[in-house]
Design a protein around this ligand. Structure first.
Ligand code: PNW
Length: 491
């Protein structure tokens, strides 16, 4: 496997975009400043046991006040692009009228980025729905799609003179199934009906916003970011495992890719979710809106999936022994090993003994090569669309020295190195991949894990808010400067 063996220098094509990614709720803090009101993550974090350590987003990385320093940090890392999200609850508090103070923050951030020559890559929704919109029904309600498109245009109006790249949603699988069916993310519901309805309305909101931006701004680069996996059968000679892997691929990958890039839900997916009411949710014209032609697709990849039709013999204690109490009921069965929850009926995740990150996620870089090659072949290539890896990275249990420096050469740096080699393998195989964003610029609020999981290439000291570039960050700065992943010594 060329992607995993430490070999020589790997040069990326000229113009390849090097960036890092963050999300508003994970870094901004200042949740009660500048007119912002609660999002579903503010509310969720107040539920005892919902977030590890009782952590919340009140301060986070204090990026709202430190954005100038953070942009200077990005400049010192030689980054060409910065993927960040805007907070709906800051821009339209309570989902209501536009808030000039909220917009002014993103205005300043964009100016600061442009001043140092970093491309602003705006994501309009990274999971922080205004609580008031949730109170009106949230994503399972059709009206939320229209409210999202309206909010999207508020941001576009304010920034379009300087922002060219627009991503509507980050990871609709997470904001539907992980949030409304798995109960693991805000708003913490556990209903398959709600998950399916949320998924359709997220896709509808995506299409409405994409079309509205394109109509007023033909030069805009408009895209969607999805989290994808490669689903491999545990036993390729067992037809039940093969079918279970296809089901996982259907409900995790194709349920989102097909309507957007092929104009319809796949037939097998329609059958699986029919009991949860998908057919009634689809109004005439929805699929045409959802399949609005896009300029780019963002792919987030963290791990592959090994799928079987039956549970593994040994249940992973680290996962089932949840300190916050397992929220499983008939609607959301307990997961056997590894993410994601919820698993559809007859879909079981097995561990393969691959190395794991601190999230418990298996490290499988060659999966990224196969994934990008497949997405290019089946979805984006025929449409002439560009692919970007909009997130990839790893949490590890960092041990800082007295100066706050983290030597993560053996884990996070190695993870990024292996995955970048995998991206290059996909490019060599013909996939039109034009950029890569490391997740994340900074250690930040890792959702239900709070501050206990660190994904940054820069360390955040949450006591002092001091940022210290890790070994992986120094390495990535060189990659971004040279466009070359340097050869590694065999250890
Ligand atoms: C992504 N899963 O989340 C998000 O876009 C980031 O905000 C987040 O910090 C990062 O990855 C690391 O977790 C995911 O269960 C969370 O399959 C869970 C899953 C996938 C993506």
């Amino acid at each position: 496997l060329p992607a995993t063996s430490p070999t020589g220098d790997v040069a990326f094509p000229p113009g390849f975009l090097w960036g890092t990614a963050t999300a508003a709720f994970q870094i901004e803090g200042a949740t009660r400043e500048g007119g912002r009101t609660d999002s579903i993550w503010d509310t969720f974090a107040r539920i005892p046991g919902a977030v590890t350590g009782g952590d919340d987003g009140t301060v986070a990385c204090d990026h709202y006040h430190r954005y100038r320093d953070d942009v200077a940090l990005m400049r010192s890392l030689n980054l060409g692009a910065y993927r960040f999200s805007t907070s709906w609850a800051r821009v339209r508090p309570d989902g209501g009228a536009p808030n000039p103070q909220g917009l002014a923050f993103y205005d300043r951030l964009v100016d600061e980025l442009l001043d140092v020559g970093i491309l602003p890559w705006v994501t309009l929704y990274h999971w922080d729905l205004p609580q008031a919109v949730e109170d009106a029904g949230g994503w399972p309600v059709r009206d939320t799609a229209y409210r999202f498109a309206d909010y999207a245009m508020t941001v576009h109006d304010a920034l379009h003179d300087r922002v060219r790249v627009w991503t509507t949603l980050n990871e609709p699988w997470c904001s539907s199934f992980l949030s409304y069916t798995g109960g693991e993310h805000a708003p913490g519901r556990t209903s398959r009906h709600d998950g399916v309805a949320a998924a359709h309305h997220l896709l509808l909101g995506h299409g409405l916003a994409a079309a509205a931006i394109q109509e007023v701004d033909p030069a805009a680069v408009v895209g969607l970011t999805v989290n994808l996996t490669v689903a491999d059968p545990a036993d390729p000679s067992n037809p039940d495992d093969v079918a279970a892997a296809a089901k996982h691929d259907g409900l995790f990958n194709r349920m989102f890719l097909d309507p957007v890039l092929r104009g319809d839900y796949p037939a097998d997916v329609r059958d699986w979710v029919a009991p949860y009411g998908l057919d009634d949710l689809i109004h005439d014209g929805d699929l045409a809106i959802i399949s609005t032609p896009l300029d780019a697709l963002g792919v987030n990849y963290y791990n592959g999936s090994c799928i079987a039709a039956t549970p593994p013999a040994v249940v992973d204690e680290a996962v089932t022994d949840r300190p916050d109490g397992v929220r499983d009921d008939d609607d959301a069965p307990v997961r056997a090993t590894l993410p994601p929850t919820p698993s559809p009926e007859g879909v079981h995740h097995h561990a393969r003994g691959l190395p794991r990150t601190a999230m418990g996620w298996e490290v499988q870089p060659e999966g990224l090569t196969r994934l990008l090659t497949r997405v290019h072949r089946d979805y984006t290539g025929p449409r002439g669309m560009a692919l970007y890896v909009t997130e990839n990275g790893a949490a590890y249990d960092d041990v800082p020295d007295a100066d706050g420096f983290v030597d993560d050469a053996a884990d996070r740096l190695a993870y990024l190195d292996a995955h970048l080699r995998a991206v290059k393998d996909a490019i060599d195989a013909g996939a039109d991949v034009r950029g890569y964003f490391a997740w994340s610029l900074l250690d930040n609020f890792e959702w239900a894990h709070g501050y206990s999981k660190r994904f940054g290439i820069v360390r955040t000291d949450y006591e002092t808010q001091r940022r210290t570039i890790k070994a992986s960050g120094r390495w990535y700065a060189e990659v971004a400067r040279t466009g070359v992943v340097p050869g590694r010594e065999e250890s």
